[in-house]
Design a protein around this ligand. Structure first.
Ligand code: UFG
Length: 384
C-alpha cells in the first residue's frame, strides 16, 4: 500500500486492516502502524500497558484470583514476600518482597502503569493474632498504609480489599448483614476493621475508591486441580479434616462442642475459592463504573457446623476421620453466616461452586495430588 492517507483515511484503514500497515512518503517507508496488541507482544509496550497489582498474589486466595484476572484479560503484577505463598502458584510477573519496603513499592509504581490494586497480603490466623497482636498490626495495618500512600503518590485510584467476617466478632443475629455492628473478638478482626476504616477515609480525602470484600470461610481448590490450599502451617478446618482422611494426621481436634449451635460445634459459611475470586472481578467492574467506598459480604448464606464438615468429608472421600474433642480455640465466634443479598443484588454475584460437596471434592482432588496419594495407590497396586 503506497500513498499518504489523510488522518481520517488512516482511521478507516486501521479498522479495515486490523491496524497493521506501512505508510510511505515519496516512496520511502515513514511510518509502521501495528496492532497495539502485537506491539505489546514484541515486548516494547509493557511499561505502557495498564496492570493490576495483586499483593499476596502467590497465596491461596490471591493465586486463584490472579488466575481469574488473567482469564478476564487483565495483565497482572504480583508482589509477595513468599512467607506463606509459593512462586509456583502464579504464572505472571512476580516481585518477591515485602510491603514494608517503601522503596520497593515506589519502584513498582514508578515502573508500571498500575490501574488498580487488589490487596490480599496480610496475616490471617485468628489464634496467632491473639498470641502475637503486634505482628498483625504491623502486617495488616502498617504495610497496608504504605501501599495506600504509594497509591496516593502515583495517582492510583482503585482498591479491592480482602477483609473478613472476623470484623463482626460474635454477631447478635445470623445471617449477618453488612450494617451489623462490627465488634471483633480478636486482633486479626480488629486489624481488618481498622484498615476498612482507613479505606473509607481515603475514599473521602484522597479519592481512592474501594471495594471491601468481607470473606466468610474460603475453601476448595481450582476445579482443574491446578491450584489449591497449601499453607506452611495449616489451621483451617477443611484442609485439616482432609489431612486426617489422607492419613497425614492421626486425628482431628474439634475445638469446642459446647457452642450455642444445634450440634454444639461452631458454624461457618464456606465459600468456594473460585467463587470468591470471581467476586474480585465483579468488584473491579464496579469501580470502573462508580467511585466511592463499598462493603460486601462474600458468602453463600448457608452455615455448616464442624461436625457436618467432618461427615461431608467422610462421605465425599469414603475415608474414616478420627476425632477428639478439645477446648474452644481462643477468639473463635460460635457462628458466622453471611447474608449475601447485597453482593448478589448490587454486583450480580452468584456462587457457582460453593455447595459443600463441590468444595470438599475439589479440595480432596488437590490434596490427593499434594500428598501423592494417587501415585502411591498405583504403586501399591503394581507391587501387590
Ligand atoms: N476447627 C476445628 N478444628 C480444627 C480447625 C478448625 O474444630 O482443626 C474449627 C474452628 O474452631 C472454627 C471452625 O472450625 O470454629 C473454622 O475454623 P477455620 O480455622 O477453618 O476458620 P475460621 O473461621 O477460624 O477463620 C477463617 C479465616 C479467617 C476469617 C474467618 C471468617 O481463617 O481469616 O474464616 O469466617 F476471618
Amino acid at each position: 500500500m503506497r500513498f499518504m492517507p489523510t488522518f481520517q483515511e488512516l482511521e478507516e484503514l486501521l479498522k479495515e486492516h486490523d491496524g497493521e500497515f506501512l505508510v510511505f512518503d515519496n516512496e520511502r517507508p515513514r511510518l509502521v502502524i501495528l496492532d497495539p496488541k502485537k506491539y505489546d507482544n514484541l515486548g516494547m509496550g509493557s511499561q505502557h500497558r495498564s496492570k493490576i497489582l495483586v499483593t499476596g498474589g502467590a497465596g491461596y486466595i490471591g493465586s486463584h484470583t490472579v488466575k481469574a484476572l488473567q482469564k478476564a484479560g487483565h495483565d497482572v503484577l504480583v508482589i509477595d514476600d513468599l512467607s506463606t505463598g509459593s512462586a509456583a502458584s502464579v504464572d505472571c510477573q512476580l516481585v518477591v518482597g515485602s510491603l514494608s519496603n517503601q522503596e520497593l513499592l515506589k519502584q513498582i509504581f514508578s515502573q508500571n502503569r498500575i490501574e488498580a490494586v487488589l490487596h490480599f497480603a496480610g496475616s490471617i490466623i485468628v489464634e496467632e493474632s491473639v498470641l502475637n497482636p503486634a505482628k498483625y498490626f504491623q502486617n495488616n495495618v502498617v504495610c497496608g498504609l504504605n501501599l495506600l500512600n504509594c497509591m496516593v503518590q502515583f495517582g492510583v485510584k482503585k482498591f479491592i480489599y480482602s477483609s473478613s467476617a472476623a470484623v463482626y466478632g460474635n454477631p447478635q443475629k445470623v445471617p449477618i448483614k453488612e450494617d451489623t455492628p462490627c465488634l471483633p473478638t480478636n486482633p486479626y478482626g480488629e486489624t481488618k476493621l481498622i484498615f476498612e476504616k482507613i479505606l473509607k477515609w481515603y475514599a473521602e480525602t484522597h479519592d481512592i475508591s474501594s471495594v471491601v470484600l468481607r470473606y466468610f470461610n474460603a475453601a476448595g481448590a481450582e476445579v482443574d486441580g491446578s491450584l489449591g490450599e497449601n499453607h506452611p502451617v495449616e489451621t483451617h478446618l477443611i484442609p485439616k479434616v482432609l489431612q486426617v482422611a489422607a492419613k497425614q494426621e492421626a486425628v482431628l481436634s474439634i475445638f469446642g462442642a459446647d457452642y450455642p449451635t444445634p450440634d454444639g460445634t461452631a458454624v461457618r459459611d464456606y465459600i468456594h475459592v473460585v467463587d470468591l475470586a470471581k467476586a474480585h472481578i465483579l468488584g473491579l467492574d464496579k469501580l470502573k463504573q462508580e467511585s466511592g467506598h463499598f462493603v460486601y459480604n462474600v458468602g453463600t448464606g448457608q452455615g455448616h457446623s464442624v461436625k457436618e464438615i467432618i461427615d461431608a468429608v467422610m462421605e465425599v472421600t469414603g475415608k474414616m476421620v478420627m476425632i477428639e474433642q478439645s477446648a474452644r480455640r481462643p477468639g473463635d465466634p460460635a457462628a458466622l453466616v453471611a447474608d449475601a443479598g447485597k453482593i448478589r443484588d448490587e454486583l450480580g454475584f452468584q456462587p457457582a461452586h460453593s455447595d459443600i460437596n463441590s468444595i470438599i471434592s475439589s479440595a480432596w482432588n488437590w490434596h490427593k495430588k499434594l500428598y501423592n496419594l494417587e501415585k502411591s495407590k498405583n504403586l501399591e497396586a503394581e507391587t501387590a
